[in-house]
Design a protein around this ligand. Structure first.
Ligand code: NAD
Length: 384
């Protein structure tokens, strides 16, 4: 199969981790007889500097032409003073919207050998295995009117939190379908005691649940969910929530895995005319300017995102599992970057990438049984 991938390395550690992830993709493609057709593009601060915009038209067109997009991260302190609509992050928001990737899947689990890397007690995190399904193309990040007006004491900032029934329903269906491939439980997170928006969210999710009688549903207020994630994370299977809450809760969930560098994500939309599902794949972390350019960033979140790409866009599940198994093997071997072990004994970004490539070289039957990072066969994701 030809895998047409647009790579948008972006800023900070983005180029370092995407280089390792692409190396892993090429390795698995070689092994399984696929051809990677990769094109590099600009996004974020790198695009502002080279082309004057956070998402140049060429990058947008290349994203539409590719089957899948692998993104590193966007953002750098030197752009923090720019108006919101010119900042690097705006390029990413525009890309997500243009690709229609409305469901962001963010798994978080506790690797047995990484329990000590979490600031939480081992007994709390052990056995954690949850999937956050975050709505990605609506809500507060996109609502209008928005902006800052006036001056002096009357200066005023407005953002709009808006969801349609249709937007809630389609992401809820993704969550319920995915729960069927897991422990069949969905926790919907909202703030319905205060926000009308959340009241509609809760009502629509409850209605959708009636189509999935084999999946149980409970509702949590977002403040309580934030607490339960660190008090009792094992209570969660699939967490379904809107854009802003999902952004915040998934960073919090990173502490369960030991490092945000471990977390992969898949942003998926509907099938395109090619028959393949639209997909934007990126690690959960940002551009980490504090460690950029030093070859010490953890590349496993980016590498896991390539596994998700193989599963969700290309529907190459054996290939995806081979990467997940290789990640598990490398984690178990203790070959880890400095976010997970003392710097003096840590491996570099490129050494961890090489270790994953080497682990993929082993016959799959010899590898330990993988626990899928992104669960579920194709049939678990609803077609429109
Ligand atoms: P961050 O995720 O970049 O970093 C938070 C902390 O985690 C830092 O201490 C960093 O060193 C560490 N970290 C992150 N990824 C790591 C990795 N792979 N290996 C080891 N350590 C890692 O979040 P931040 O510092 O709040 O934001 C930095 C910039 O990134 C900002 O400009 C922000 O807007 C942007 N950002 C972009 C995205 C994205 O592109 N999707 C997401 C979040 C933040």
């Amino acid at each position: 199969m030809e895998l047409r991938v647009l790579v948008l390395p972006g800023d900070g550690i983005g180029p370092e981790v995407t280089a390792e992830a692409m190396g892993v993709l090429r390795r698995v493609a070689d092994l399984f007889g696929h051809f990677v057709h990769a094109v590099d593009g600009l996004i974020g601060g790198a695009a502002i500097e080279a082309a004057g915009a956070p998402l140049p038209p060429e990058s947008l067109q290349a994203a539409r032409d590719a089957d899948a997009v692998l993104l590193g991260a966007v953002g750098a302190p030197r752009f923090d003073g720019l108006p919101p609509d010119q900042r690097p992050e705006r390029g990413l928001l525009a890309l997500r919207q243009a690709l229609g990737t409305f469901a962001n899947l963010r798994p978080s689990r506790a690797w047995p050998t990484l329990l000590d890397a979490s600031p939480l007690k081992n007994a709390v995190v052990e056995g954690t295995d949850l999937l956050i399904v975050r709505e990605l193309t609506s809500g507060l990040y996109y609502g209008t009117p928005r902006g800052i007006t006036g001056s002096g004491p009357g200066e005023r900032a407005v953002n709009t939190l808006s969801y349609t029934r249709e937007e809630i329903e389609r992401v809820a269906r993704v969550a319920f379908h995915l729960a069927r491939g897991r422990r069949r439980h969905v926790t919907s997170v909202d703030k319905s005691n205060v926000l009308e928006n959340s009241q509609l969210w809760r009502r629509v999710v409850t209605e959708v649940a009636s189509d999935y009688p084999d999946v149980t549903l409970d509702h949590l207020l977002v403040d309580n969910c934030a607490m339960q994630l660190i008090v009792n994370p094992r209570r969660f299977d699939v967490v379904l929530t809107e854009n802003l809450f999902g952004d915040i809760l998934s960073d919090e969930a990173a502490v369960l895995s030991g490092s945000i560098g471990m977390l992969a994500s898949a942003s998926i939309g509907e099938r395109r005319s090619s028959g393949l599902r639209a997909g934007l794949y990126e690690p959960v972390h940002g551009s980490a300017p504090d460690i950029a350019g030093r070859n010490i960033a953890n590349p496993l979140g980016a590498i896991g995102s390539v596994a998700a790409m193989l599963a969700y866009t290309f529907e190459l599940h054996a290939e995806a599992r081979a990467i997940e198994a290789a990640i598990d093997q490398v984690v178990a071997s203790g070959r880890l970057t400095a976010d997970l072990k003392p710097a003096a004994r840590a491996a570099t970004t490129s050494e961890v990438g090489q270790a994953v490539r080497d682990a993929i070289a082993a016959p799959c039957s010899m590898l330990p049984a993988p626990r899928p990072l992104i669960p579920g066969p194709r049939s678990l994701i609803p077609d429109p």
